[in-house]
Design a protein around this ligand. Structure first.
Ligand code: FAD
Length: 488
């Protein structure tokens, strides 16, 4: 059989390995870390378990599809539950909102708590659904880089409906037209952060994201987010995929314009095709550093998505008003995003995201305790004085949570670790520590992501959050699907 070499066991690398194995390839995955999953990993801290990176799971069908491809029944291997409460929201003015999965209940909640008519919310979600129906085939599920995509009837139909996708105003401007209440505008603006973008510059097309969450739902895997990684690694292994950990790839080896294999610490390994799951910037700058003429400068120089600062706190208490996902909004969202995107620093009143997996999986924390994953959006790493920024942010976050929860959180912290843009960059080779590859802050971003197949080097493919169609688990899984089709 033909041999496929995959660089990186991130979620997209694992999914690509499964797809190629199903196609009959002999597949080997080389991973720099001692564990799989990249950003989607987990760790233990004094009796508390934490998912290190992603915490929101949407579009489980893309995971299920992999089991089905391998002829297995997904629910025998991977179980998850749908959330009735998607997220709890806390505003500085004291407003508390519950985002129910049920659209009717959710719209009623908004009307009751803010006075914004339920009908306006319904109208908004209908619009979001239209944008999804027009865009998903073209922008997400296919390669944008081959003619065949543009010749398909559903692509042609989508292009004729382009007016509907609202690409020429910003998310924020569009949301202001839909809603009078500033709290609700802020609520829907937040979806820009789902791919690390800025609602004050990202196109309103991204208002499709609430549809994904509301219509398709949010889920929690039975064993926590890390289940996605571990179940897919087990599936890959059952298809004879071999994983080599602690095995950083140093170079992609070429013969003329054809890929011959990869170079690791053990020497050159030959393969018929190579798929890089390494961030596209590092793929060129590290693995193809001898071939600067091949570097697609325009794509590599694009603005990166935002990064994150995370405090993992073991908390010696339980909070009934909190759920799995919780947001504590900043009082001035525009100022917060200006700090992230223009000043490239951290705003003194950041929006805080608090995830507590022990709400659904009690053994993630000792009895009467909770595992708090406390995250704020921060700029990508361009050499800021992170130690100083983190010290200031820690105080501000503690003050904010203590204020909005009426309890001194400092006293409850049993243990702590911190992830910041520098460690995100060094642990997963993500350029500038960006969470989602390039930002979506312009209407052209979708067309400027790197293709899933090299146009210059035969046998070279790309998957993962820094290439088409973009970052986040569902899109990473779609990048693997496109590679599977292109390599067919
Ligand atoms: P990565 O996870 O980036 O992994 C790449 C792998 O390649 C790593 O294991 C790395 O070690 C390995 N590698 C790199 N270079 C080499 C080399 N030269 N040789 C060998 N191995 C190499 N997404 C969501 O859907 N929902 C969320 O709630 C969410 N929240 C997030 C929160 C945080 C804090 C972070 C960091 C990310 C979040 N994301 C979320 C984004 C999501 O985690 C990523 O988009 C996705 O996991 C990226 O997967 P990937 O396949 O691109 O690879």
């Amino acid at each position: 059989p033909k041999k496929a070499l995959i660089i990186g066991a991130g979620i997209a690398g694992i999914a690509t390995a499964i797809r190629l194995a199903v196609k009959g390839y002999q597949v080997e995955v080389y991973e720099a870390n001692s564990y799989p999953g990249g950003k989607l990993s987990q760790f233990e801290q004094d009796g508390y378990r934490f998912d290190a990176g992603p915490s929101l799971f949407t579009m489980p069908q893309y995971v299920n599809e992999l089991f089905k491809l391998a002829g297995k029944n997904p629910s025998d291997y991977f179980r998850y539950q749908k959330l009735d409460v998607v997220c709890r929201y806390f505003y500085e003015d004291g407003t508390r909102l519950t985002a129910y999965a049920n659209a009717g209940k959710f719209s009623d909640e908004i009307q009751e708590k803010t006075g914004e008519p339920a009908a306006a919310v319904k109208h908004y979600l209908d619009n979001s659904s239209t944008v999804y129906n027009v865009t998903n085939h073209v922008f997400l599920e296919r390669s944008l880089h081959r003619l065949k995509t543009y010749l398909r009837w559903d692509t042609v139909k989508s292009i004729f409906q382009f007016g509907k996708i609202d690409a020429f105003r910003t998310m924020h401007k569009a949301n202001e037209v839909f809603f009078k209440d500033k709290r609700i505008v802020q609520f829907f603006d937040r979806y820009a952060t789902y791919n690390g973008s800025n609602p004050y510059s990202a196109p309103a097309t991204l208002n499709v994201i609430p549809h994904l969450e509301q219509h398709f739902g949010a889920y929690f895997p039975e064993g926590g987010m890390y289940d996605i990684t571990s179940c897919l690694v087990a599936l890959a292994e059952s298809l004879s995929v071999k994983f080599y950990y602690n095995n950083p790839v140093a170079e992609i080896v070429l013969q003329g314009h054809t890929v011959r294999g990869i170079k690791t610490n053990d020497g050159v390994i030959d393969g018929d095709l190579v798929v890089s799951n390494m961030d596209i910037w590092f793929t060129y700058h590290k693995l193809l550093s001898n071939y600067p003429k091949l570097h697609p400068q325009k794509i590599l120089n694009q603005e990166r998505s935002s990064s994150a600062l995370i405090f993992y706190w073991g908390i010696r208490d339980q909070f009934r008003e909190l759920d799995l996902h919780n947001i504590f909004f900043s009082a001035d969202y525009e100022a917060e995003f200006n700090h992230i995107w223009k000043e490239k620093e951290i705003y003194h009143d950041p929006t805080v995201y608090l995830n507590i997996s022990s709400k659904y999986k009690p053994d993630d924390a000792p009895e009467s305790c909770e595992n708090w994953f406390v995250m704020i959006n921060v700029p990508a790493n361009t050499g800021q004085d992170w130690d100083a920024l983190i010290a200031g942010a820690r105080e501000n976050v503690l003050n904010k949570l203590s204020r909005l929860l009426n309890k001194d959180i400092r006293k409850l912290i049993a243990n702590e670790s911190i992830l910041d843009p520098r460690s995100i960059e060094s642990r997963t080779s993500s350029y500038q520590g960006s969470l989602y590859g390039t930002s979506s802050n312009t209407q052209f971003a979708a067309f400027l992501r790197h293709a899933n197949k090299s146009s210059k080097l035969k046998g070279l493919y790309f998957c993962g959050g820094s290439v088409h169609p973009g970052g986040g688990i569902p899109l990473c899984l779609l990048s693997a699907k496109i590679v599977g089709e292109l390599a067919g």
